[in-house]
Design a binder for this molecule. Structure first.
Ligand SMILES: [Zn+2]
Length: 88
């Protein structure tokens, strides 16, 4: 997971073109698993490296942290928690 400074910058790994995609990310911590779906990110069309807008990776991590707290509070250990981002 890397950060891209500008949307039109090529992939820093292979120089490939970055495409805007909606991705899903899974996080696992202390036996709990949470999943975020529909995160807007830039994905290299060649090597599939994932780039977020500046600050975007931090926000995704924050969202995952919130989900972990929810999962612990609601004792949803046995299920795993999924959050989906939707456009209104
Ligand atoms: Zn690449």
């Amino acid at each position: 997971m890397k950060k891209a400074d500008i949307e039109t910058a090529p992939c820093s790994e292979c120089g490939g073109r970055l495409e805007k995609k909606y991705i899903s990310q899974e996080f696992e911590r202390e036996g709990l698993k949470v999943k975020l779906l529909g995160i807007a990110a830039l994905v290299c069309s060649k090597c599939r490296e994932i780039y977020f807008q500046p600050g975007g990776a931090d926000k995704v991590a924050e969202a995952a942290n919130s989900l972990f707290r929810l999962a612990q509070a609601e004792k949803q250990h046995k299920h795993g928690l999924t959050a989906q981002l939707c456009r209104a």
